[in-house]
Structures are given as C-alpha cells and as structure tokens.
Design a protein around this ligand. Structure first.
Ligand SMILES: *[C@@H]1O[C@H](CO)[C@@H](O)[C@H](O)[C@H]1NC(C)=O
Ligand SMILES: *[C@@H]1O[C@H](CO)[C@@H](O)[C@H](O)[C@H]1NC(C)=O
Ligand SMILES: *[C@@H]1O[C@H](CO)[C@@H](O)[C@H](O)[C@H]1NC(C)=O
Ligand SMILES: *[C@@H]1O[C@H](CO)[C@@H](O)[C@H](O)[C@H]1NC(C)=O
Length: 387
C-alpha cells in the first residue's frame, strides 16, 4: 500500500511537471522573421552607396517563399515599392529599411524623409502591414564620420510619419553588435562604445522609450566566435553539453549559448545607460552555409538555425531578459546567385536548404502529442495500481 502511495505521488508529480510544458506556449514568444535583400553579394556588410541595387526578382517569389516557410514577418533591406505592393492584403508584417546613403540627406532636410514615405509607405499603408522603419542598417559601420546625423534623421522620419497621421509605425535604427558593444564577456560588463565627444546612445534610448520603439541589433554568434578563438564552437551552435558553459561571476549566471551572452550584453549596456525596459529586436542573425572559412558550412548552418528556433520557441528568454527578445529576423531568405558566403535559408530557386520548421508549429504539436502519450500511460498505470 505504501508502495502504491509512493508510486501514485510520483506519478502525480510527473503529471504536474508535464503540464507546464503545455502552458508555456501561452506566453508571448519572439516573432521569427526573415530578411530579403538584393544587393549584398558575399557578406552581411552593407553595399557601397554608389552601387545601384540589382533589379529585384519577381515579388511573387517572396510571398510564395514566406508561405512555404510559414513565416509572417519580413524585413526588407532595400524596399522596392513593387515588393511592398506584392504584400498588400497578406498577413505579412513588414519591416522597412531606409538605405544608409539617404541618412545624411534626410537628417539635413525633412522633405526628403517625407518624399521617401510618400513613395514607400503612403501608397500601401495600412493595407500592407508596415510595422517598423529602420533609418539605415549598421549605419555607423559605413559612415562613422556621420554619426551625428543619425538621430536627426530618425527624428525627421518620425515627425514626418506623425505629420501624416501615421502613429503605429515605429522608427529606430540597427547597429552591428561588434561595433556597438565593447567587452561582451562577461555580459554584465558590456557597454556601448562611442567615439569621444559623441553622445548618441543616451538620446537615442530616450527616443526609443518615448516612442515605444525597440532597440535593433544585428547579432551574429558566428562573427564573435570567429573573432574570439577561446569561444567553443558548441556554445555558438546551441549544443547542450555538460562542459559547454560560461559563467558570469558578477551576476552568478551560467550561460550555455553565445546568443544569450550577446543579447544579455546588449541588455547590460542599456541598463548601464539607465534604460532597462526597451525591447530588443535582433534584426539579423544567421550562419553561412558556404565560403572560404572552415566553419562556414551547411551542417553548422543547419545546427545553428535549428538550435536558434528551438531556443526561441522554448520561451526560456535569456538570463537577464525573462521574456526574451521581441523578435528575430533570420539572415536571409534566399542564397545569392554566384559564389561567396551563402546565408540563405532557401536556394536561389526557392527550394528548401534545410529541414527546419521555422514556424515552430509542428514542434509544439509533437510536444503536445508526446505529453498526451505520457498522460495516457500514467492514467493506465495509476488505475492498475489502485485496483
Ligand atoms: C489573415 O489573418 C486573418 C486572421 O488570422 C485570417 O482570417 C485571414 O484569412 C488571413 N488572410 C490571409 C490572406 O492569409
Ligand atoms: C529640401 O529638399 C527639397 C526636395 O528635395 C528641396 O526642394 C529643398 O530645396 C530642400 N531644402 C533645403 C534647405 O535644402
Ligand atoms: C508599444 O508597442 C507594443 C508592440 O509594438 C504594443 O503592443 C503596445 O500596445 C505599445 N504600447 C503603447 C503604450 O503604445
Ligand atoms: C534548386 O537548387 C538546388 C541547389 O542548386 C538544387 O539541389 C535543387 O534540385 C533545385 N530545385 C529545383 C526544383 O530546381
């Protein structure tokens, strides 16, 4: 009898411990989207401003690919109006990027901001679900000398939208992690790095707070892993292994993947600047499936992407950010034609490169069936014991 009681208690305990896995899906998970770009050929560093973007491929290709991947969030790097038009009446949320070469003109003349909105937003909004405009992408990597133009440009875009009565599109700008953050190890020691005499981050974070906008960061564990030989590959690739961890002795937190280390470095840098509640959106992340480097191969790329999706869909957040990042955009939708590093989740012809469920849907479905299976087993077991 005592034995039965123990088993029963144990079974109930198991039962209860299984239940939360089904309820965690009710918390808000990060959105997973993907970037579509046309001009970059080999690496995620922005194109020279003089280079005109090649003519975009058939816009239908994008909507078809998004449907096949079951993704509903799209980041456009060089927003061509014909692509935005093709997304009318779809349920795809759209993130627009203003090219870097336009940032300084927009900072100097609000009419240019207004003209850009007249061409890229007004004809389509709100039938096209435009949610965010990034003023430049990793602007400081290309035009570090124009750093003082960034905030005036953001402000001119924001004011132009408000003047036109558009209040629901948020305005921000994206940074590359390596440029924006100094000393990411341990994450709690991270700070924003700014040239002497420049004061961008404080006013920018205040603007994001005032306008309920997100901090945007291009975050590649691949790049940091390559810069830092002491980082084990397994941590960069979400591999669970007893020895795959890094401790932050200041916070007492143990990190098991480089993505969380980098996100928490951003969170720490914002907290140090006095802003703790600004949502973080990862505007680019990925792993190259080919290229000259040893670790650029499709095996690692698939492991990284699968580990990332699984981690985001677990709802675990990061140690310093319990709700996790608000969204992540994979870099990128299609491989580029030609040689060099390939970052696409699809081949140029649109067929799948990886067997990954980017929507995370079937995974949670499988989990639920596993749970149901366990429950049936337990019920049968408990009944057998009682009678
Ligand atoms: C968009 O989403 C709504 C609500 O989820 C749904 O009713 C509608 O059919 C969807 N439209 C398209 C084009 O997928
Ligand atoms: C601002 O841009 C508009 C449109 O391009 C132009 O007509 C105007 O002269 C510019 N203003 C200044 C002060 O440069
Ligand atoms: C802030 O933005 C989020 C997501 O974009 C939205 O859900 C929320 O309602 C906004 N809050 C305010 C006060 O506008
Ligand atoms: C698409 O391209 C990939 C890689 O080049 C190739 O393996 C695949 O067979 C192609 N699919 C179609 C339908 O052409």
């Amino acid at each position: 009898m005592f034995h039965t009681f123990i088993s029963l208690t144990f079974s109930l305990y198991l039962l209860l411990s299984l239940l939360p896995t089904t309820t965690t899906t009710t918390t808000t998970l990060p959105s997973i989207g993907v970037t579509y770009s046309t001009s970059r050929q080999t690496s995620p560093s922005p194109p020279p401003p003089s280079q005109p973007p090649p003519s975009p491929s058939s816009p239908d290709r994008i909507t078809t690919a998004m449907e096949n991947l079951k993704l509903t969030t799209l980041r456009l790097e060089e927003p061509d109006p014909s692509i935005i038009r093709s997304l009318l009446y779809t349920n795809i949320s759209i993130f627009l990027t203003i090219p870097n070469y336009m940032v300084t003109p927009i900072a100097n003349n609000r009419s240019i901001a207004r003209a850009w909105i007249y061409t890229h937003v007004l004809p389509f909004y709100p039938r096209a679900k435009i949610t965010t405009i990034s003023v430049g992408n990793a602007f400081l990597d290309v035009y570090p000398e124009s750093i003082n133009n960034l905030l005036p440009a953001i402000s001119n875009v924001h004011v132009s939208l408000r003047d036109l009565g558009i209040r629901k599109i948020s305005v921000s700008t994206s940074f590359s992690f390596v440029t924006a953050i100094s000393s990411p190890f341990p994450p709690s020691s991270a700070q924003f790095q700014e040239p002497p005499g420049v004061n961008l981050m404080g006013p920018l974070l205040q603007f994001l707070t005032d306008t309920n906008s997100s901090f945007l960061i291009n975050l590649y564990p691949y790049n940091l892993y390559r810069l830092r030989p002491e980082i084990p590959l397994g941590i960069a690739l979400f591999q669970e292994h007893p020895f795959n961890f890094r401790d932050d002795f200041t916070t007492g937190v143990r990190y098991r993947n480089l993505f969380d280390i980098m996100v928490d470095a951003v969170v720490s840098a914002m907290a140090l600047a006095g802003y703790e509640t600004i949502p973080v959106v990862v505007t680019e992340t990925g792993w190259p499936s080919s290229g000259n480097e040893l670790d650029a191969n499709s095996g690692y790329a698939e492991i990284y992407l699968r580990g990332l999706v699984k981690h985001l869909m677990s709802g675990a957040g990061t140690p310093l950010l319990k709700d996790g990042v608000r969204g992540v955009y994979l870099y990128e939708l299609f491989d580029k034609e030609g040689n060099g590093r390939n970052w696409g989740v699809l081949y140029p012809n649109g067929s799948a490169k990886y067997r990954i469920d980017f929507s995370g849907e079937s995974r949670s479905c499988v989990m639920n069936w596993i749970n149901v299976g366990f429950l049936i087993l337990l019920v049968v077991k408990v009944c057998c014991m009682v009678y």
